[in-house]
Design a protein around this ligand. Sequence first.
Ligand SMILES: [Zn+2]
Length: 234
Amino acid sequence: MMDIEEEIKIQEIIEQEELERKQSSFMITKENFKNYYENFFPFKSFFKWLGKEREDIFERREISYTLENDTYIRFLCYKNHEEFKKDILKACPIKIDIGAIFNNFPKHHKTIAGGFFPVQKELIFDIDLTDYDFIRTCCSEAKICKKCWKFIIVAYEIINAILVEDFGFENIIWIFSGRRGVHCWISDERAKNLLNDGRSAIANFIKMKIATNAGLIYRPILWEPLHPSHVYYL
Ligand SMILES: [Zn+2]
């Protein structure tokens, strides 16, 4: 005969299996997306953030969609958040990409006299937990847990402090990437106007070089005298 402890244990296992079964069968349907876009997607904030509430700026921003059947649609643009919402509800994309601000409306990209080219783009950093695989001991690749998420918090603390204190940026937003990390978008005008060289220079200032030994042993490269930011943040 089973004792009471054993019975409780078995009950717990059954409940856990039931939970896992429910989670694995959960699918995001088109209806879920529709409900999200209709009731939760922050269209007004998008207009404020990406277009500074100005139709002439917002309409020159390229928006791209990935549809349910994996079709990728580029060169979309909208006057304001109402027009944007109307089209999103119609297309119901499973993914939205935010592109640069161009010299003219992306929907007319083929017919613009003098060419079609980007004029501004936010400065963006992408931190992914897979970049930490060489020091993560709890998980690797796509798997993440609360323990390894702490690396993201440390990266946020250091990079945000450098962006604010060393570069004086003010309009910074950190967003969960939806999978294994976070994205940092800097929207100050002088960040949006940076050319590739300026963007690389900032990234290199923040970056701590990592050495590898035949791809097996990794260690950060530090040298004397230490860079002032390393002295301050370490
Ligand atoms: Zn982990």
